[in-house]
Design a protein around this ligand. Structure first.
Ligand code: BJW
Length: 261
């Protein structure tokens, strides 16, 4: 397919994307922080508003940082989890969930930890960077604790109910491996999909960033939705410029129209 780089308000780019989706038997939706931006959750790398514009990732998102100052890192996550828990899925999340009702197989592969795809109704979600809803002790011997498991504790970070060591969120920090089953499922699905819808990621964090590259290499049609034209837009077949909460409902409507649904 020839490369498209067009305003989504011009019908041809949107229709090209909708046609690719309606022809697709296996579709992967690959998302990053941008898909949750319109829910009020900050992204990481955007100038001025991104989390890394105000905080040094090496002081907050590494196992070394947690060892050095667990109370500081915990308080930052507790704040972010509060913001995410109060947030609601936006029209972009809802449009992605609605695609499941229209296309034969849709799997969401997300780098986000906020759980908003699941709350919007997506039923098959692979979380590459973990989740804010689960905690483990620092050496990983005891896993799967929820907020209720330490609700009665005053100490921060809270202690593991099994071994008394500090708990930490089950998220993936820099230098840590991704959950192997999640990564391998994401890579296999990407290698076997017909279309990949990429939404709101800068595509600079590896190995997650290989997901659209694998799909592209395997011959899938890659559609990128982003307000900024970055490197992922360059390698995609169709670039729909704009925020996910605006572009995705329009894309959904075009898919519905094409299917007569
Ligand atoms: C909108 C929008 C709207 C705005 N609508 N869009 C190869 C090359 C180079 C480096 C490496 C490499 N391989 C590994 C590395 C090192 C490192 C890495 O990638 N570094 C690079 C950054 C240089 N990777 C790692 O360390 C990974 N681990 C690893 O490789 O381990 C090896 C190992 C193997 C085996 C055993 C042991 C070790 C781990 C990476 C973990 C990343 N973790 C974080 C934090 C997660 C927890 C938390 O949330 O706190 O994950 S960092 C952060 O970046 C977070 C995100 O998931 C991730 C990606 O960010 P994302 O989603 O792309 O956000 P942004 O802000 O970058 O972009 C937002 C986009 O949205 C922009 O494009 C906007 O324009 C757009 N947007 N509004 C749509 N409304």
């Amino acid at each position: 397919m020839s490369h498209r780089d067009e305003d989504p308000h011009r019908d041809d780019a949107l229709l090209t994307a909708a046609h690719a989706l309606t022809r697709s038997s296996r579709t992967v939706v690959f998302t990053g922080a941008g898909v949750s931006r319109e829910s009020g959750i900050p992204t990481f790398r955007e100038p001025e508003t991104g989390l890394w514009a105000r905080h040094d990732p090496m002081q907050l998102a590494t196992p070394e940082a947690y060892r050095r100052d667990p109370a500081f890192v915990w308080s930052w996550y507790e704040h972010r989890f509060g913001v995410a828990a109060a947030a609601e899925p936006n029209p972009g999340h809802h449009a992605i969930a609605a695609l499941e009702q229209l296309l034969p197989q849709v799997v969401v592969v997300t780098q986000n930890i906020d759980g908003l795809h699941q709350r919007a109704g997506s039923s098959h979600v692979i979380e590459l960077h973990g989740t804010m809803h689960s905690f483990r002790c620092v050496d990983g011997r005891h896993r799967g604790f929820g907020w209720d498991d330490f609700a009665g504790q005053e100490e921060r970070p809270p202690r593991c109910p099994e071994c008394g060591d500090y708990l930490r969120p089950e998220v993936v920090w820099f230098g840590e491996g991704l959950p192997p089953e999640a990564l391998s499922a994401a890579q296999q699905l990407s290698a076997g999909c017909d279309a990949m819808l990429v939404v709101g990621t800068s595509g600079v964090v590896y190995p997650a960033a290989t997901v659209p590259l694998i799909a592209r290499e395997a011959g899938a049609t890659v559609i990128d939705v982003n307000p900024e034209r970055d490197a992922l837009a360059q390698m995609s077949d169709v670039f729909l410029r704009g925020p996910g909460g605006e572009v995705l409902p329009r894309l959904l409507a075009a898919v519905r129209e094409h299917l007569g649904a």
